[in-house]
Design a protein around this ligand. Structure first.
Ligand code: FES
Ligand code: FES
Length: 209
């Protein structure tokens, strides 16, 4: 016996007048019926509450009104149209979404935008110089061929920027350790490690000027 709203494999049972979607999985028919959001009180589901969030991103003040569970990564990409922050795993594993919050690297896919209220956020767009030239970490990636497809790159650039603030003269071993939390499918990491050391060099040269 079937229950309305359940998935079935024969395409006949479980169908209701709510216009089920019928698809195919490995030759079998699968029927799914859209479910209403669960409401423990049994009443009508209410839309998610909106919250006001004020934050400073790359030096500019922003005020956004977003659902309370809007992720910081989505707020940056969709509400503020800063699409340089990439989203890969959405589970805090790959590091592609890393941004700086008050100078420290955070996984934007693991944070609610509301949690960033009042913070200073730096995304990859904020790593360029005011005149539009590449910043030292970006420049080092170009010089050392530290990227291929570039999907992971924004997360590496922000992570390395924060790391070099703490350790301005890393050894290659320390540089490798610094990027251990960021995943790259393309480069093999050798050139990224070189880029960390080159970025440190460029920053020191700038400091000497
Ligand atoms: S998308 Fe955030 S860590 Fe992978
Ligand atoms: S350059 Fe392609 S994933 Fe890192």
């Amino acid at each position: 016996m079937s229950t309305p709203g359940t998935s079935t494999t024969d395409g006949t049972a479980g169908q209701t007048p709510t216009q089920p979607h019928v698809g195919s999985v490995r030759g079998r028919v699968v029927t799914t019926v859209p479910r209403a959001p669960f409401d423990p009180a049994g009443g009508e589901a209410r839309p998610e509450e909106l919250v006001d969030v004020r934050l400073r991103v790359n030096g500019a003040e922003h005020h956004i009104r977003v659902p309370g569970r809007r992720l910081l990564s989505d707020a940056l990409r969709h509400d503020l149209e800063l699409t340089g922050t990439h989203v890969g795993c959405e589970h805090g594993v790959c590091g592609a979404c890393t941004v700086l919050m008050d100078g420290r690297p955070v996984r934007a896919c693991l944070m609610f935008a509301a949690s960033a209220e009042g913070s200073e956020i730096t995304t990859v767009e904020g790593l360029t110089r005011p005149d539009g030239e590449l910043g030292p970490v970006q420049q080092a990636f170009v010089e050392c061929h530290g990227l291929q497809c570039g999907f992971c790159t924004p997360g590496f650039l922000t992570t390395i920027t924060a790391y070099l603030d703490e350790n301005p003269d890393p050894s290659p071993e320390e540089a490798r350790e610094a990027v251990a939390g960021n995943l790259c499918r393309c480069t093999g990491y050798q050139n990224i490690v070189k880029a960390v050391c080159r970025a440190a060099e460029l920053r020191r040269e700038e400091g000497d000027r």
